[in-house]
Design a protein around this ligand. Sequence first.
Ligand code: SF4
Length: 438
Amino acid sequence: APAPPPGRHLFSEPAEVEALRRNLLAWYDRCKRDLPWRALAATEPDADRRGYAVWVSEIMLQQTQVATVIDYYNRWMQKWPTLQALARASLEVSVAGAGCSLCPWLSVNTVLCLSEQEVNELWAGLGYYSRGKRLQEAARKVVSELAGRMPRTAEELQQLLPGVGRYTAGAIASISYGQATGAVDGNVIRVLCRLRCIGADSSSPAVVDRLWDMANVLVDRSRPGDFNQALMELGATVCVPKAPLCGECPVKQHCQAWRRKLFGKAPPVPDVEDCGVGDCPLCLPATEPWDSSLGVTNFPRKAAKKPPRAMRTATCVLERRGCHGAPEYLIVQRPSSGLLAGLWEFPSLPLAQDLQEEKEREQLADHLQAWMGRPVAAKGLQFIGEVIHIFSHIHQTYVVYSLHLDGDVTLDPALSPSRWVTEDEFHASAVSTAMKKV
Ligand code: SF4
């Protein structure tokens, strides 16, 4: 077993733990933001619906800001207010025979699955689209295999629900069912690392395990859900990444990073210095020691991130006159796995880097020809401009062309689903933010 970390990285005094819980919860009661899922979790008598609401909010909040999520959450809960409603959405479609990738017991075919489409439409703009799909899959599992009853503990939630990891399980179990278990997300990692001067790589498994142990020790036994939300709220509003508001912090008297900053210029004080043992697995690394210009933001530290991969994609806005004279545009569906799975886009083609413009046009023309079953002249493609969109791990450049078509076009039904849409229909479809920019 690894050696226990030095005491300064732990909360080993019960009196301090009690005081921290008290101060944090008092602050939360005064300052917490009014959020729709919090209101529901506090007032809803049906335990399964409480669990479902917190689950939806937690999945939406992964990698997305609270302010963005509120609208999506409200619309989602209006459309599918219960697990049963969400699960039923896909069952009805599969009974009607329109198989989709969510309905493994029916063969997948090219008929558009309406429920998957609806989930994608509602999710469009939130990013990481597979989250919506996984939520729907898991809802079906709860209804068909667990008789509609949500698992009540973090262990069972993580074990039984696809797409529910350790954090989400801890959040649902503590907020909806009062289980005294920690929930460690990015905000909590930052707060805990600062409270206990943990400067080792906060994404390493050893440090993550220590932080979970700490969260499980700290969580208030009588108000675990509020305590976890308070710790996250503190990270989101006070102990923020770049300029934390330490002066207003309700737990600053328990914060080692704050003490170290205060005493930073004074002669060394034993309990605010690094452990001094040289190989402490939780201290700042000797190669990158405390930098007094950074203050508390010395913590947390992370291993350097890989730079995003650069990609170029040619995309063509194909336009025709619709039967009522209004312009219509061709959109096609992306594959059901991978980046932006199942979403709709203008016909697009990934390009090799450093390809000359003439070559780009030729390749795009060939690609369009496959869609339309007739030759497309590369010269007819009009270059419109470039659109840059940053995904978390990809720096994507769309090279945008347009082409006006005369007469009717017969699309090849053997290819992925495709359809002609008006501008309004385009905006109401499950298209990504990047395609809206295009
Ligand atoms: Fe974060 Fe500052 Fe509070 Fe410490 S005192 S927990 S660094 S806001």
